[in-house]
Design a protein around this ligand. Structure first.
Ligand code: ADP
Length: 945
């Protein structure tokens, strides 16, 4: 226990603050350690064992024998036991400084089981030893199992057919199999354990890139493929291909690689395994296959014929693209469909029967019709053969050719051959073909025999055993000139240059034959025979001669007639020239007439003698409101107002009877809209050169507006006349009847004035003076009005009047005022005119009176003269008075118009109005020229006698 205390110092804990604590007893510690422990003294006696020791070995401290007995008991293996004893003894000799190695032994426990236990022997200062054990049985068993597994895995890798290697997490090579050695030529020893990745070099040469194993281990996913292709990445596995061009002396090699990451049980990467496979042969084969397929396809698709394959049901499984040109269908539209559906309905049954034969093993060509995508018909030829694998029909393959054109040509040839045969039979020529080498007949038609009257010989000739020279000899007796005939027959045989000859042969029986001989050559110009055409032209000859006679006779007659005709013709030519000239003129005049007719602003019509419109112009349509067609239908009397028809017919009758050549009248048409239109119409008769009327021509003018205006004028003139008469009546009555009471008023006023002269007051006298003065003025006014109104009503008939006398009278009656004013009146010689003398007197009286009245301060000077102007005499009365402003020159002639008040100049404003009325009654006119402050000249005209 002392040692224990000492030991306790070793293992005890020191707490300086609390002071030294008592040491923990060794047994307590040992009891609770997880390892089996024991204390052994120098004599090998077990002084203490802990619970774990007891558990392991099954012995308590007191049950364990001391010394070598312990070894005998627990070490079943002789050798191990000896070694353990010697080691133990050696340990016992060691001091405490030397720590012996832990040692593993197999021990047998009390329960008989063997265990692998690791012993550690530690020398204590007391000379005792502490034995610490560790039961490694389970660990070692596991390790052994693992090693066993590893071994087996290595074996598997070793014998894998693909080159395979494994690297650990540090990229050290830990496996390198035989196939790898074979592939690379690098031995296992050279590479195992190396971490410098040198192993990569021989694989990839110049195309070096990180190995798949490297990539998968570092889990690089940078998308960089480098030299790899077809990279396939799955979780923890990388599959890729690489082509190494330098390998196999430049032929290159394809390698396929698969790398898989190896994970330890905690999921961390423990390494990677990469398998490589040489797929060069596979790739080459694949490439070859692709190329040959391409070649095959190009071949199939480049030929014009269609290649196809169908299954045993007739369904199309392949068809080359050229089918499109033949059928209009694209291959994809055809694949899967049964080809019978494209076969012409008439050929379908036969094609199906044939197909069954093919399915049963037959093969060969077949021709039938197919329908294309547009409904067109094609003749095609197929050559089909079955493809069998292991005796089983797989499909039918074949070639399809469009032979439509060929078929058409064949048909054309057949047709043309048939045609030729038919032509041959129908030919009017007898012909034969002779082989120039053999001199044999190759062909002749029936007519040939008939011409020579050898119907019986035809068959013999056709058998080709009859020579041409025989033929010549045969017919020589019936030819008129045999020698010439025989000789001529040889023309073509001798003369190589002669290609064709035509001649005539006369026969003894009087017939004439026409012959055509020609050399027949092939396409290359080689002579292959001679063709002879014969025609019996006896009848033709006769006819020709007959004809010739007729012709001569005819020619003579023709000659005679020609001379006659030439003469007649000359006359005709002259006539034609004249006629042509006339025709041209007629056409021109027609054209002119048409233009005028159509464009005239007045209505025009050509009317037949039986009262039909033959032609009407646009203006007539406008006037009547009818269309041209309607007018032609209705005729002139169809549109005439019923009241005007009778007169029209009568006038037309006159024209036709020649009483007159034309007439004009106003008449009415009934327009289409029912309204009446007044027209002024002129109708003329058109006569032919012999004077016979052949139609009428009418011109029509719409005078409705004119008529209306005239009517209005007539009405207003009548109204005016009436009102004028009323006015004149009124003026006359007024002036005449008013005079009497006025005279009474004046005379009584004057009487009153005289009576009251002395007594009355001056104002009354003045008023009476006004009454008298007003009355006198009214008297004057009434007188003047009477004069004015009488100008028309009281006018007398005109008579030749000497104006000199009239003026002289006037000056006499004005004598007082002339004298009073000192006026100088110069009268120039005046003419004799046709007039109402008293009215002419009034004119001069008023004009000379005014010249005196409207004087200036100085005495008036008055010039009276007359001048001839055309058919008129123009009289003038000139003064030097006050003059009139130009704006009043017209106004002064109007009644009651005055320029002054009565206070300035006495007057009524009627004098000049009377002058104008009288002058106008005489067919003349009156006007004034005046300058204010200088004087006025009044002019009036009268018609000269
Ligand atoms: P009355 O003389 O009675 O007024 P008239 O009819 O004779 O009427 O003349 C109309 C007007 O014309 C006159 O009032 C006068 O002003 C003007 N007149 C006529 N004659 C002359 C003249 N010779 N010189 C100037 N003025 C004249």
């Amino acid at each position: 226990m002392e040692e224990t205390e000492e030991e306790g110092e070793v293992v005890g804990m020191t707490d300086e603050r609390a002071g030294p604590t008592p040491p923990i007893p060794f047994e307590l510690i040992a009891e609770h350690t997880p390892y089996p422990m024991a204390l052994v003294d120098q004599k090998g006696r077990y002084r203490f064992v802990n619970a774990r020791f007891r558990e392991l070995f099954g012995f308590g401290a007191d049950e364990v024998p001391a010394g070598c007995e312990w070894f005998d008991l627990t070490f079943p293996d002789e050798e191990e036991r000896r070694s353990a004893i010697s080691l133990w003894k050696e340990d016992m000799g060691h001091g405490i400084d030397l720590e012996p190695e832990p040692r593993l032994f197999r021990v047998r426990c009390r329960d008989g089981t063997d265990r692998q236990v690791l012993f550690r022997s530690i020398a204590l200062g007391t000379g005792d030893r502490l034995i610490a054990c560790e039961d490694l049985t389970a660990v070692l068993e596991r390790q052994e199992a693992l090693e066993d597994l590893n071994r087996r895995l290595s074996d598997i890798i070793e014998f894998l057919p693909d080159p395979t290697f494994v690297i650990d997490a540090n990229r050290a090579v830990i496996a390198w199999n035989r196939a790898m050695v074979e592939l690379t030529g690098i031995r296992k020893e050279e590479v195992l354990g190396r971490t410098d990745r040198a192993y990569a070099v021989p694989f990839y040469g110049d195309a070096r890139s990180s190995l798949l194993a490297d990539r998968i281990l570092s889990d690089r996913d940078d998308g960089e493929l480098g030299s790899y292709s077809a990279l396939d990445r799955q979780d923890g596995t990388l599959v890729a291909e690489i082509f190494l061009p330098a390998w196999d002396e430049g032929a290159g090699r394809y390698l396929w690689g698969k790398a898989t990451r190896l994970l330890s049980s905690d999921g961390t990467p423990a390494g990677a395994i990469e398998s490589i496979r040489d797929i060069t042969a596979f790739r080459r084969a694949e490439e070859e296959l692709r190329k040959s397929e391409e070649r095959y396809r190009a071949l199939v698709e480049s030929i014009n014929d269609v290649i196809y394959a169908v299954d045993d049901q007739g369904r199309i499984t392949y068809v080359s693209p050229v089918i499109q040109y033949t059928s209009g269908y694209r291959p994809e539209e055809l694949i899967g469909r049964r080809f019978f559906e494209f076969v012409h309905p008439c050929d379908r049954a036969e094609v199906k029967r044939r197909f069954e034969e093919l399915v049963a093993g037959g093969e060969g060509p077949h021709e039938f019709r197919m329908i294309d995508a547009w409904g067109g018909e094609h003749w095609i030829r197929t050559y089909t053969h079955p493809i069998e694998v292991d005796g089983e029909l797989v499909e039918l393959r074949g070639v399809l050719t469009d032979i439509t054109e060929q078929k058409e040509q064949e048909a054309a040839v057949l047709r043309s051959e048939a045609l030729l045969a038919r032509i041959t039979d129908l030919s009017p020529f007898g012909y034969c073909v002779v082989d120039s080498d053999t001199d044999r007949f190759l062909y002749m038609n029936d007519r040939f025999c008939r011409i020579w009257k050898w119907e019986g010989l035809c068959d013999e000739l056709r058998r080709h055993d009859f020579l041409h020279s025989d033929f010549l000899a045969w017919v020589a007796p019936i030819v008129e000139d045999p020698a010439a005939f025989i000789e001529s027959g040889a023309i073509l045989q001798d003369g190589e240059d002669a290609h064709e000859v035509m001649d005539e042969i006369r026969l003894c029986d009087g017939r004439t034959l026409w012959r055509y001989s020609a050399r027949v050559r092939d396409d290359e110009g080689r002579s292959i025979g001679c063709l002879y055409l014969y025609k019996d032209i006896t009848d033709e000859r006769r006819q020709v001669e007959e004809l010739k006679r007729y012709r001569d006779e005819l020619e003579r007659l023709v000659e005679e007639r020609t001379q006659e005709l030439t003469r007649t013709n000359e006359v005709l030519v002259q006539e034609m020239a004249v006629r042509e000239h006339l025709t041209r003129r007629q056409i021109e005049s027609e054209e002119r007439f048409s233009r005028i007719f159509d464009q005239a602003p007045i209505g025009m019509a050509v009317v037949s003698l039986d009262d039909r419109f033959l032609r009407v112009n646009e203006a007539l349509c406008r006037i009547t409101g009818y269309s041209r067609e309607e007018l032609l239908e209705m005729g002139p009397f169809g549109i005439t107002h019923p009241d005007d028809v009778a007169e029209g017919r009568a006038l037309t009758k006159n024209l036709l009877e020649g009483t007159s050549d034309d007439y004009s009248r106003d008449k009415r048409y009934l327009r289409r809209d029912g309204t009446v239109v007044w027209v002024h119409m002129t109708v003329g008769v058109v006569r032919d050169p012999s004077g016979h009327p052949f139609h009428l021509f009418s011109m029509t003018e719409d005078i409705t507006a004119q008529r209306a205006a005239e009517e209005r004028l007539r009405i207003s003139a009548a109204a005016l006349k009436e009102s004028n008469e009323d006015l004149q009546r009124f003026a006359y009555i007024a002036s005449h009847d008013l005079q009497e009471p006025l005279r009474t008023v004046i005379s009584f006023s004057q009487l009153l004035e005289r009576r009251l002269a002395d007594q009355a007051d001056p104002e009354i006298r003045e008023l009476l003076g006004f009454i008298v003065e007003g009355g006198v003025r009214m008297q004057t006014l009434i007188r003047d009005l009477l004069i004015f109104s009488r100008v028309v009503t009281g006018g007398r008939t005109f008579q030749t009047t000497d104006t000199n006398e009239v003026v002289s009278d006037v000056l006499k009656s004005l004598g007082a005022s002339i004298e009073e004013t000192g006026a100088e009146v110069n009268v120039h010689p005046l003419p004799v005119v046709l007039s109402d003398p008293s009215q002419l007197h009034q004119v001069f009286l008023n004009l000379i009176g005014n010249a005196i009245k409207y004087r200036r301060a100085e005495p008036p000077t008055i010039e009276i003269s007359a001048e001839r102007r055309g058919d008129d005499w123009v009289f003038s009365v000139r003064d030097n008075g006050i003059g009139i402003e130009p704006r009043h020159h017209d106004r002064v002639f109007e009644i009651f118009q005055r320029l002054h008040t009565s206070a300035e100049y006495e007057g009524t404003g009627i004098g000049l109005a009377v002058v104008r009325r009288i002058v106008e009654r005489h067919g003349g006119r009156v006007w004034v020229e005046s300058t204010p402050g200088v004087g006025s000249t009044f002019f009036f005209s009268l018609p000269a006698i």
